[in-house]
Structures are given as structure tokens and as C-alpha cells.
Design a protein around this ligand. Structure first.
Ligand SMILES: C[S@@+](CC[C@H](N)C(=O)[O-])C[C@H]1O[C@@H](n2cnc3c(N)ncnc32)[C@H](O)[C@@H]1O
Length: 263
């Protein structure tokens, strides 16, 4: 059977090495990274629309940037970029041209579902459109979802109601400014880089013996000494687990450490 690349190459007459080898699908929007001319990109995009009926829009992506993790996305063919993406029974409405949705964090989302407990109060300090908050809310007592970007926040609110979640309180704020103290059994810090600068604020929100899921970006040679140093801001803590989530550049990792504070 022909793979995606071979199929597009045959259909367009463009040589296979110029056709993207992989893609990301968010709802009915396909996102691809290209290494070819504008004319070739357009031809590939139009061909995808013809060959894959479930794809309504094809976009070029060049990754995410900035504090609010906004993606560079440009529409090449098709309709709009607002779509509804489904994962693990949750519906996430988002605009693929304005917001990110990291498929690479899929396993991390699933893993957390196995960790949380029914009676917990959880705070998601970087909620986005609800990547972690929505699936986890189904398994805990209360979820506070904090999101700074008003565009993400709008979708977050919509997603809370479309998924019929009654126990999520969404806050359109910088997580450093929220007035919560000692409320969280568990905090999710699903953001990088420089997540360490938010640790003092997490500590304020956390209950004694609370758990923090600390995400950050590191060079290979910084693992795991540097994160352990950074986490000392929390005082005494117990390391529950640590892992690399995904590669974000050559010898650079998105990593997570789960820690429980002593008091
Ligand atoms: C990397 S995204 C979330 C990714 C998500 N955890 C996933 O699995 O795909 C981080 C989010 O944090 C938000 N953000 C950045 N700085 C923030 C802050 N200081 N307070 C609250 N939200 C913030 C961004 O707008 C963005 O929506």
C-alpha cells in the first residue's frame, strides 16, 4: 500500500522528497511542514482536499512561538480553520490557525488520568483550550483552569459547556495573579520554556503534601540535574517520577517531573 507521501507524489507529479512525510490532523484541518516552492505547496494542498474527503482545510505550519504559544499557520486550501477535534471522548473546539494542540502530549494526558483521584482539587495553571483540564475534570472533584490568552479562554469556556462539565471554573488571568492560596491537591504546569519562574506561584496555590506536574524544556545534558535544582524553590520535595515527553529540537527535550512537596 502506498503511504501518504507516495500517494501525493504520484497524484501531483512532484518528487516524493519534496512532499511532507507526515502531517497533523486537528478536527478536519490538516497541518503540514513544507520544504518546497509556493506553487508546489498549493498543488499539494489542493490534491489533499481531493484525495481525503474528511479534510476540509489544508494549512502550512512552522511551529509555535512566544509566551502564549501561538502557532505560525497559513491556510493553503479549503475552508476555515476553526474546527472541533476529538480525543478520548472529549470535544475540543479551536482555531487551528491561532492556537496550538500538541499531539505529542497525548500520552501525558492519558497518564495523568491514571494518577488523579476522585476527591482532588486540581489547578491547571496554563489551561489553553482545556487540553488537560477537560479530560481530568471528569475524574476529580474540582478543576480550576487558568488561561491568559483571551482567544484560548473563549474556546476553553465553550469546551467546558459543550462537554457538559459542571466542576470546572475557568479564569481568564495570568496564573501569577490569581488569588488562590493553599487550595490545590495537584497542579498541572503544562507550559515551557522557563516554567521555573512560575514555581513560587504554584507553591502558593498548593496544599501541604500537594503534587506538581512540572513541565519544562531542557538540553539533553541538563537532564536531570537542572530541573531538580529549579524545583528546590518548592522546599523539600519527593520526586515521584520524571520523563521525557517529546523531542522539541536536536538534543532538546520537553520533560516532566512529578513531585510531592513535603509541607
Ligand atoms: C503550551 S500551551 C498548553 C499546552 C497543553 N498543555 C497541551 O497539552 O497541548 C500553554 C498555554 O499557557 C498559556 N499561558 C502562557 N502564560 C500564561 C500565564 N502566565 N498564565 C496563564 N496562562 C498562560 C498560553 O496562552 C497557552 O494557552
Amino acid at each position: 500500500m502506498m503511504n501518504f507521501r507516495q500517494k501525493i507524489a504520484r497524484e501531483t507529479g512532484i518528487s516524493a522528497e519534496k512532499v511532507p512525510a507526515s502531517y497533523q490532523i486537528l478536527g478536519d484541518v490538516m497541518l503540514l511542514k513544507f520544504g518546497c516552492s509556493e506553487v508546489e505547496k498549493k498543488k499539494i494542498a489542493d490534491t489533499i482536499l481531493q484525495l481525503y474527503p474528511y479534510v476540509k482545510t489544508v494549512c502550512e505550519t512552522k511551529g509555535v512561538s512566544g509566551e502564549l504559544r501561538q502557532p505560525f499557520v497559513r491556510k493553503l486550501a479549503g475552508n476555515g480553520t476553526e474546527t472541533v477535534h476529538k480525543e478520548n471522548g472529549i470535544f475540543y473546539k479551536l482555531d487551528a490557525a491561532k492556537l496550538m494542540f500538541s499531539k505529542g502530549n497525548h500520552l501525558e494526558r492519558q497518564r495523568l488520568l491514571g494518577e488523579v483521584k476522585k476527591n482532588e482539587v486540581v489547578v491547571d495553571m496554563f489551561a489553553g483550550i482545556g487540553y488537560f483540564s477537560l479530560p481530568i475534570a471528569k475524574h476529580v472533584k474540582k478543576m480550576y483552569a487558568i488561561e491568559k490568552n483571551p482567544i484560548s479562554f473563549g474556546y476553553l469556556e465553550e469546551n467546558i459547556s459543550s462537554n457538559k462539565l459542571q466542576n470546572v471554573e475557568a479564569m481568564n488571568a495570568d496564573c501569577r495573579d490569581v488569588q488562590m492560596q493553599g487550595v490545590a491537591d495537584r497542579i498541572i504546569m503544562g507550559y515551557f520554556p522557563h516554567t521555573e519562574k512560575f514555581l513560587p506561584f504554584a507553591l502558593k496555590i498548593l496544599k501541604p503534601h500537594g503534587i506538581v506536574h512540572f513541565h519544562n524544556a531542557y538540553r539533553e545534558d541538563e537532564l536531570w540535574k537542572k530541573p531538580e535544582e529549579q524545583l528546590k524553590v518548592l522546599g523539600d520535595f519527593r520526586l515521584l517520577s520524571k520523563r521525557k515527553v517529546k523531542s522539541i529540537a536536536p538534543r532538546r527535550w520537553h520533560a516532566v517531573m512529578d513531585v510531592q512537596v513535603a509541607n
